[in-house]
Design a protein around this ligand. Sequence first.
Ligand code: GAR
Length: 190
Amino acid sequence: MEKIAIFASGNGSNAQRIIEYFDGHPNIRVQLVVSNKADAAVLGRAERAGTNTLLINREQFYQSEELLAELQAQGITFVVLAGFLWLVPSYLIRAYEGRMLNIHPALLPGYGGKGMYGIRVHRAVKAAGEKESGITVHQVNEQYDEGDIIFQARCKLLPSDDAETIARRVQKLEHEHFAPVIEQFITDQL
Ligand code: GAR
């Protein structure tokens, strides 16, 4: 059984979707949700779904390898970032090299990098007058949003769309595609 840890900092709609998608899956399960925010809605969503949760602080994440030890103790084989806003330290990237994915709510390499998350991304896309946006699933390396791209899906934008409308359209793509893309990525490596 492959065991996923989802890292998430906020609402957790993607995390919930992923947990539901793999419920009852023969080879893959979501074992753990890790968050850096005590009040993140994702923790409640995970608990209601019966998934283990773990709250981490900055020191544990950056100054020790405690989290890695816990991931290994729980048999985690893949890590998925779903709205996780801290840069992942190298010890974790090395431990999960080729087995760590992130989702970004735009068509990378555009509109990525430090500070580009959530509604800020959609505001930037709107301000630039783009005619399309979308989602990118990519492997994680030591730079924000720069690892190998494994999947993109696109949506058209209308001149009348505001950042919130764009956010909703992009999130719909995330909920549709992220879990099956994770499944394919993991299955290809079995
Ligand atoms: C998602 O739209 C994800 O693409 C984005 O955060 C949102 C989390 O939503 N990630 C980034 O912007 C990373 N740079 P959710 O908490 O409802 O899943």
